[in-house]
Design a protein around this ligand. Structure first.
Ligand code: FES
Length: 287
């Protein structure tokens, strides 16, 4: 007779060993003390238990529920909602390939495809040595540097299939790997502890910068009146594109070339209208 699962409830999760529980309880008290309402500490506590086992186990969820006075169902609902919480044992290095629109067209889809072949795992699969878990991820607000690969949430910008394969080979071999910008790389468990709100003790991590790229900052600089004329993106309606850089001469990257928009195309019917509701450029006099 076929063994059919009847969907019976699982037995209660086992507790942590006493020494682990005592250590986590001390950490949890520190986290909970930061919030006026203890249940607000659930997200960092999930990172804390993730830093213990590398994923949010049933034991970890039981711990969070007991510490915060929640039901395990409430904790499970949160832990299964956010993709940053893993639900099964995974690798030391989570290699996330951005396959959101911009990265996908810039090569992210090809990178993900080749890494699956190269590592012999599918999405959310872990290599047999337990080193690398591969997953495709959504936009990480690093589109300036597409296609982007994240390792334990550190940036590896402007990747190619070959550079991504070298990256995972280095990770598996234990060779030193430097993110393109930002803080140094650490293991997934160490990252989870930092995300739980504990001090980042990696040398140079706090001082490291990994901010937005030049293309993202053009709008901010325009708003502050700081942008040099050569970097203007949009021309006032009706004006000739007097300051468009020639290819290769003024662009900050290959992705930030000024694009035609309704504001730069005097023939475009959807541009701004005059005060009387008539199509046409808005003059300085507002006529
Ligand atoms: S689309 Fe990949 S970082 Fe934005």
């Amino acid at each position: 007779m076929t063994d059919v699962s009847l969907g019976m409830p699982q037995l209660p999760a086992p507790d942590y060993p006493a020494d682990v529980r005592a250590r986590l309880e001390a950490d949890a008290r520190e986290v909970v003390a930061r919030y006026p309402d203890s249940r607000s500490a659930l997200l960092p506590l999930l990172h804390l238990v993730q830093s213990e086992e590398g994923y949010v186990s049933r034991t970890g969820m039981r711990f969070c529920a007991e510490v915060l006075g929640l039901t395990t169902a409430e904790v499970t609902a949160v832990a299964t909602f956010y993709t940053m919480y893993r639900r099964k044992p995974s690798g030391d290095y989570q290699v996330g390939v951005c396959t959101n629109t911009l990265c996908a067209v810039m090569g992210g889809d090809a990178i993900f495809e080749e890494l699956q072949q190269h590592l012999g795992v599918g999405n959310n699969g872990t290599t047999p040595d337990g080193k690398v878990t591969l997953e495709h991820i959504e936009c990480n607000a690093a589109c300036d540097f597409a296609p982007v690969v994240m390792v334990n949430w550190e940036f590896f910008d402007n990747q190619t299939p070959d550079s991504a394969k070298r990256l995972v080979d280095d990770l598996r071999a234990g060779r030193p790997v430097e993110p393109t910008r930002g803080a140094p790389l650490c293991t997934y468990k160490e990252t989870a502890r930092i995300l739980a709100g504990f001090p980042d003790e990696r040398p140079g991590a706090v001082e490291a910068t990994g901010g937005a790229g030049p293309a993202s900052l053009v709008g901010l600089k325009l708003a502050k009146g700081e942008t040099a004329p050569g970097a203007r993106v949009v021309h006032p309606r009706g004006e000739a594109p007097r300051d468009r850089p020639t290819p290769g001469s003024g662009h900050l990257s290959s992705h930030d070339a000024p694009q035609p928009t309704s504001a730069s195309d005097p023939r475009h019917p959807s541009g701004p209208v005059g005060p009387a509701g008539q199509d046409g450029p808005v003059t300085e006099e507002g006529e």
